[in-house]
Each structure stands twice: as C-alpha cells, then as structure tokens.
Design a protein around this ligand. Structure first.
Ligand code: FES
Length: 180
C-alpha cells in the first residue's frame, strides 16, 4: 500500500500552465510558423528562375523621344529604363546599359570629363561605351534601339554584350524615316 502511494507521487503530473504562459506559448508557435513560411518563400523564390522579358515586350520598350530632341555628341540618362541614350558626333545613336561590365556598379556619365567613370574600381568608358581604362573587361552593354517615324525606341529587355565598340552598332536615321 505504502509502495503504491510512493509510485503515485513519483509519476510526473500533467503540466498545467497559467493562462498567460499558455497565451505566450501559442503566440510563439504562431510567430514561428510565420517565420518558417517566410523562410520557405525566400528559398523558393531564390531557386525559381526569373521570368525573362521577351524582346519587344511592351513593358521593356521605352519611347525615348524624337531624333531632333538629342543634339550630336550628347548623353541623356533614362533612369527608369536604366540606360543612356547617346547621340554621337556624326548623328548616330546608341543605347548603353548603365551597368559596369566589371562588377555591375552603376556607371555615371561625367559631362565635364566626357566619359563614364565607374565609382567602384575606376573603370573608364568613352561616349560609345568602349573601355578606356580597366579593370572593366569589355565595352558597356547595348540595348536594341530603332527609329520609327523619327522617334526613338529602346528595348531594355535583353542587354547585348559586346567586346568593343564597332561602327556597325550605331543606329542612324534613314532618309525614309524608318531604321532598324
Ligand atoms: Fe566598375 Fe569595378 S564595378 S570598375
């Protein structure tokens, strides 16, 4: 009899928590669940390939303006499209990416120096985007640019990589008013 009582006393009793502790326990469970769901979302988004813009998608095309809005030997920044519209001395156009080809910093245009100078590791590019001073390994990327009825359009959906500047990359206004 005495042994039975001792055994009963040794048995662990079910834990009865006060209401406040129960509330906090539930709160921690909910917060933990939310944190886990967020973590899962981050992991899934990291491994899901980003949808690529198709060339010519409406949301990647910028109507940059009329040809005559841009004077020769000028650089105009389009922050929303993240590109520079360059009009060369001979009247031809280029659309340049703002990303440095070294490690991807945004490269500002210096009107005073007439060059693009990367603030990260000092690469220098001329007005055509060609490398003047490394470590950038190649010219700034291009975007497809075309002229329709004297208006300029730039498609920033897909940057065009190039090693150097080539005259064939320049887009000119044709007398017919259409260029491609
Ligand atoms: Fe431009 Fe390094 S990122 S020089």
């Amino acid at each position: 009899m005495g042994e039975k009582r001792m055994n009963d006393e040794m048995k662990p009793k079910a834990e009865v928590l006060p209401p406040r502790r129960r509330f906090f326990r539930k709160l921690w469970l909910v917060l933990g669940g939310v944190a886990l769901a967020e973590l899962a979302w981050v992991v899934v988004s990291f491994f899901t390939p980003r949808k690529e813009h198709r060339r010519g998608d409406k949301d990647t095309v910028t109507a940059a303006g009329r040809v005559d809005d841009f004077i020769p030997n000028s650089v105009t920044a389009f922050p929303r499209g993240a590109f520079y519209l360059v009009r060369l001395e001979d009247g031809g156009f280029l659309a340049l990416s703002r990303r440095c080809t070294h490690l991807g910093c945004t490269v500002p245009w210096s009107d005073k120096e007439r060059r693009f100078v990367c603030p990260c590791h000092s690469s220098v590019f001329d007005i055509s985007g060609a490398v003047v001073s490394p470590p950038a390994p190649r010219a700034l990327d291009l975007y497809r640019l075309w002229i329709e009825n004297d208006s300029l359009f730039v498609d920033t959906g897909r940057p065009i990589k190039r090693a150097i500047f080539d005259k064939a990359q320049v887009v000119y206004r044709k007398k017919s008013g259409v260029n491609g």
